[in-house]
Design a protein around this ligand. Structure first.
Ligand SMILES: [Zn+2]
Ligand SMILES: [Zn+2]
Length: 176
């Protein structure tokens, strides 16, 4: 009985605790990537069987968290300069002012020729918040553990049930 109540407690803890933990982590992660934090936190926490979390992890890979290589401030896709230190994150066309890619010889928007010796963008990417992957790994371990506990409980239940049936049948046979 002790084992049963303990496993119920563990299951309850995971049922309530894991979505909460996922929600908080996803909220912070999404905010750092310029994604909708509340929406993704709710999706990741509430869609069952961790499908929401998995969908988030897939979608977020397209929203890589970037930091300014000079000062480390978080920057987003499409930023032309670091809002914190002013470092140039993306070169802009001298003619039309639109951001241009590093490899371009001509501006794709206005056709102006771009200087070949223009400075490279200082942006750097970071694999921050590895926490989500650790949480996912933890969840897998927990699910396996809970499944093992349930399986064990079922096996012992079935065993007891079989014994009872055998005894009942034996007793009925003896009485007859
Ligand atoms: Zn900066
Ligand atoms: Zn241009």
């Amino acid at each position: 009985m002790m084992l049963a109540s303990l496993s119920v407690l563990i299951v309850l803890l995971f049922v309530c605790g894991i979505p909460l933990l996922i929600g908080v982590l996803v909220y912070r992660d999404a905010a750092a990537r310029g994604m909708e934090p509340l929406l993704w936190a709710l999706v990741a926490a509430l869609v069952p069987s961790f499908i929401g979390l998995i969908v988030y992890l897939i979608v977020r890979s397209n929203h890589a968290a970037a930091v300014c290589a000079r000062c480390g401030a978080p920057v987003q896709e499409g930023f032309v300069c670091c809002p914190s230190c002013g470092a140039q994150l993306q070169y802009t066309c001298p003619s039309c002012g639109k951001p241009v890619e590093d490899g371009w010889r001509l501006c794709a928007y206005c056709g102006a020729e771009l200087p070949s010796d223009r400075p490279q963008a200082v942006r750097s990417r970071t694999g921050s918040l590895k926490g989500l992957w650790i949480v996912l790994l933890l969840i897998v371990v927990m699910v396996v553990f809970v499944a093992a506990v349930i399986l064990l409980a079922m096996v012992s239940y079935v065993t007891i049930g079989t014994e009872v049936t055998t005894q009942t049948v034996a007793a009925a046979y003896a009485a007859a």
